[in-house]
Design a protein around this ligand. Structure first.
Ligand SMILES: *[C@@H]1O[C@H](CO)[C@@H](O)[C@H](O)[C@H]1NC(C)=O
Ligand SMILES: *[C@@H]1O[C@H](CO)[C@@H](O)[C@H](O)[C@H]1NC(C)=O
Ligand SMILES: *[C@@H]1O[C@H](CO)[C@@H](O)[C@H](O)[C@H]1NC(C)=O
Ligand SMILES: *[C@@H]1O[C@H](CO)[C@@H](O)[C@H](O)[C@H]1NC(C)=O
Ligand SMILES: *[C@@H]1O[C@H](CO)[C@@H](O)[C@H](O)[C@H]1NC(C)=O
Ligand SMILES: *[C@@H]1O[C@H](CO)[C@@H](O)[C@H](O)[C@H]1NC(C)=O
Length: 806
């Protein structure tokens, strides 16, 4: 760590770094839009470890007091193949409790390690009533073949983190080795070829470490362990956490006299993750090893690390990526030496080229004595690019996985999956211009101390272990993007718009037939000629009923705007738009007509929903709409649609003229009142000329047509109905009030009324209140009945217009 870092540190400066834009889309748990596959059993809790079989068909799970083998060969269901109980006995739990541990929380067996040992066996190590035990499992039959005491191979405490990796049947672990959990050790077990098991020489080599991950460098025959610990090189700062990477050589056998059965290759180096002029992110939460693409060498291996800061007041984290070649390089450079008397580190002068090297088994005692006290590198491993690839000042990420994918034009993109403490999974794409969270998926609701995450990029599935079970998250669900624009705006390198199939689909590497615009701003160009969302949902309502038109933002970055010919300066107080985008109003002569909800994101505007609100037949009223909007504008001129900006709209809306198609859209709302036709044909598709309104409009009984529309769009229709029922109580109250007023008026007008025998019903005469400005529900003039027409018993005709635009 450089002096400038310490200076900043001492000055206590910390301003929040330029943070990430919000996630583009968000899906709550159980969202039907982004379905997840869940596996849970009533007696399976606390999934701590996940392991996928080589063929990708079986997921092995370490849970509380059990090991599970799950069939994950189907993409849409996870089923149990076998469950093996592995729990401490009553006596062992009593013993655990007698040592002061909570019998239900700390004494069950929580599985810390589950790895495949060799081609036939799996290995597992669990906390086992604060007395670590391990098992060998026959992978074929998924049965335990051997039990053992595993002190030193995984922690006593179910909550302490550790890391383990198996290589060629040997087990390498980084864990504490004692009941109190204060003696850390990196060691090798089940050593092959007659060589001894090897462990750490000095109890001061590691200081209160939290191990998070480990990785193999097969080319250099080295293992790397990632952790945070108290950095004793800065003795003047108490409890300063430092992120580290430690190395040991896979084939280290220890020295002959000095360092017998101890690592001669152990060394550690600081990992730096820091934005310029900021305090460092110094606590390591997780590291994911991204293997190099086929064809490139091991040196291209990347380590993605999630960091937090010990000085953070709020949720905050950063991701830094380290290259294996930079890690390798730091261990070949200069070292510091530790003074056992003063417990101080000082630079080691002179060249000591053997430090950090493998194969020191036959080295002289003087060389090994130097190795023994000089195991901290002078230099730090700096991240690729010099600083974090992303900083979040709103989320505390705790797990990371990464994959590389080839976009349609052949360019490679890295996609990160970051899990927060609170159960949100962020899918992040690393674009040249910076990281962007393109999806946020809720995977659990209760914050969990123990969780695990496993990415299979070949299967395209991310498995997450939670306290309830296992959740499989498909890495992409492109079908949620319904139009070319939405598909392209998603900027998901895993999704492309298929021009041949006119659908948003998963792409598999380079594909010229797939449309994407990941970094550019050519959405309109690349989607030219692709169908837009032109479905019009018919809504049939009775007069004075509350209408709630739903419009769901296609993205958190979009601003919604409702437009309608019915919206003008005079009527705008009749409408209310809620934060979720729903437009509510009372069905009156002034409000029947067409409504369009548009989403604007970046510079792109797209119709999300189109509604046509029409009056349904009602036994007691019939009202040919009398309002006619000024003059219908000539074709090709902008419509007199007026916007209701969203409460959250960040940008003002622009006229729709940037979309030439809009000008061809018939001005339904302006003309339908004069185009009522006595026709009951229920066509839903316009095959005629776009400019001929007479041909576009089809009349139908609304009840019939609604049923049809609802089956087309169950979600929207249900929402409309739900909203209606929500408001219906208000309407009922309003109607009752109105009825009271009526009774009074009726009493007054009794005589006059008797002379008007031709009328079957009394008009409601609540005056229209149009001067109110408060756009809350109370302000909406809830009752405003038009005059009762003479031909009240005639069949009600309501026109229906459903158009499909190119
Ligand atoms: C999600 O679904 C599961 C089972 O279908 C249910 O137990 C759970 O309560 C649901 N969670 C939420 C937040 O709706
Ligand atoms: C195990 O899960 C239960 C809830 O299912 C939770 O209360 C408990 O804290 C979990 N134990 C650990 C070690 O996470
Ligand atoms: C795998 O390891 C187990 C346990 O040490 C051993 O019994 C078995 O023979 C090994 N299998 C192979 C193929 O090496
Ligand atoms: C040490 O020397 C012996 C004898 O020369 C040799 O057999 C052995 O492989 C050497 N060990 C190492 C680790 O180099
Ligand atoms: C693109 O589509 C054309 C015609 O359907 C087909 O011949 C060609 O193989 C496709 N190209 C790719 C890369 O899929
Ligand atoms: C692919 O598209 C990206 C973003 O539009 C661009 O930066 C890159 O150069 C393109 N790659 C190729 C091989 O054309």
């Amino acid at each position: 760590m450089s002096p400038s870092v310490l200076l900043v540190l001492l000055l206590g400066l910390r301003s929040s770094a330029g943070s990430l834009p919000p996630p583009r889309t968000s899906f709550l748990l159980n969202s039907t839009d982004r379905p997840l596959v869940l596996f849970s059993l009533p007696d399976v809790h606390n999934t701590t470890t996940l392991l996928l079989s080589d063929d990708g068909s079986t997921l092995y799970v370490g849970a509380q007091d059990a090991l599970l083998s799950l069939d994950v060969s189907q993409s849409d269901v996870i089923s149990l193949k076998k469950k093996v109980e592995w729990s401490p006995s009553e006596r062992e739990i009593t013993e655990c409790a007698s040592k002061g541990k909570n019998p239900t929380v700390e004494c069950p067996n929580l599985v810390h390690v589950l790895r495949s040992l060799n081609s036939t066996h799996l290995y597992a190590c669990g906390s086992f009533a604060f007395s670590p035990h391990d098992v060998f499992i026959d992978a074929e039959s998924f049965s335990i073949v051997q039990y053992g005491n595993a002190k030193g191979r995984c922690p006593f405490s179910p909550f302490q983190r550790s890391s383990a990796i198996t290589v060629d049947g040997e087990l390498f672990t980084a864990t504490t080795t004692d009941f109190k959990g204060v003696q850390p050790q990196i060691s090798r077990h089940f050593s092959k070829h007659g060589r001894p098991d090897v462990s750490q020489d000095s109890s001061v080599a590691l200081k209160e470490p939290t191990f998070v991950s480990s990785s193999l460098d097969p080319a250099d025959r080295k293992l790397y362990f990632f952790f945070s610990e108290v950095g004793k090189e800065f003795s003047f700062i108490d409890d300063l956490q430092i992120a580290r990477v430690a190395q040991v050589c896979k084939d280290d056998v220890g020295g002959q006299r000095t360092l017998q059965k101890k690592w001669t290759s152990f060394a550690k180096a600081p990992l730096i993750c820091q934005s310029p002029k900021q305090l460092p992110f110094n606590v390591l939460e997780d590291v994911f090893t991204l293997q190099p693409a086929e064809g490139s060498g091991a040196a291209d291996t990347l380590f993605y690390g999630v960091f937090t800061s010990q000085w953070s007041s709020g949720p905050e984290s950063a991701v830094c990526v380290f290259k294996l070649q930079d890690v390798r390089a730091v261990f070949t450079q200069s070292y510091r030496t530790f003074d056992m008397q003063t417990h101080q580190w000082s630079p080691l002068v002179g060249k000591h080229s053997y430090l950090g090297k493998c194969g020191l088994g036959n080295a002289s005692d003087s060389v090994l004595a130097e190795v023994k006290r000089s195991f901290l590198t002078s230099d730090s491993v700096k991240p690729d690019g010099g600083g974090p690839i992303m900083v979040s000042s709103g989320e505390r990420y705790s797990r990371v996985a990464a994959m590389v994918t080839e976009a349609a034009n052949g360019t490679q993109y890295t996609v990160l999956f970051l899990l927060t403490e609170s159960g949100l999974l962020h899918k992040v794409v690393l674009f040249a211009r910076g990281a962007q969270v393109i999806e946020e998926i809720q995977v659990f609701t209760q914050a969990q101390p123990i969780k695990s995450m496993l990415l299979s990029s070949t299967k395209g599935v991310l498995y997450i272990g939670t306290s309830e079970g296992v959740t499989a998250v498909p890495v992409a669900d492109c079908s949620i993007y319904r139009t070319c624009r939405q598909c392209v705006l998603a900027r998901d390198p895993l999704c492309g718009w298929s021009r041949t199939g006119t659908a948003c689909t998963r792409l598999d590497g380079r594909d010229d037939n797939m449309t994407q615009d990941l970094e550019g701003s050519r959405v309109e160009d690349v989607c030219a000629g692709q169908p837009r969302n032109s479905k019009i949902t018919e809504v049939g309502v009775k007069l004075n009923e509350v209408v709630a038109l739903r419009c769901v933002k296609p993205s958190n970055l979009a601003a919604l705007t409702w437009t309608s010919p019915q919206l003008n300066a005079r009527t705008k107080n009749l409408f209310m738009q809620s934060a979720d985008g729903t437009l509510s109003f009372i069905a009156t002569a002034d409000t029947f007509g067409s409504y369009r909800c548009e989403a604007e994101e970046g510079r792109y505007k797209e119709v999300v929903m189109s509604y046509n609100v029409q009056q349904t037949a009602s036994p007691r009223s019939m009202s040919p709409v009398t309002k006619v909007n000024n003059e219908p504008p000539p074709s090709g001129v902008d419509e007199p649609y007026e916007d209701i900006p969203t409460e959250t709209a960040a940008t003002s809306t622009t006229p729709t003229s940037e979309h030439p198609e809009d000008d061809r859209r018939p001005h339904v709302g302006d003309k339908f009142t004069t185009n009522l036709k006595d026709e009951t044909e229920s066509n839903t598709e316009n095959s005629g000329s776009k400019n001929n309104l007479e041909e576009d409009l089809f009349l139908d009984l609304m009840s019939e047509n609604n049923a049809q529309v609802m089956t087309d769009q169950p979600d929207d229709a249900q929402q409309v109905l739900q909203q209606k029922s929500y408001y219906s109580e208000l309407v009922v109250v309003a109607l009752l009030l109105a009825a009271c007023v009526c009774v009074m008026i009726l009493a007054g007008l009794h005589t006059w009324n008797q002379r008007r025998a031709g009328l079957k019903q009394k008009p409601l005469v609540i005056p229209e209140v149009s001067s109110r400005t408060d756009p809350s529900m109370e302000s909406v003039p809830s009752l405003s009945s038009p005059e009762e027409p003479e031909e009240a018993e005639e069949k009600v005709e309501v026109k229906v217009e459903v158009k499909v635009e190119e």
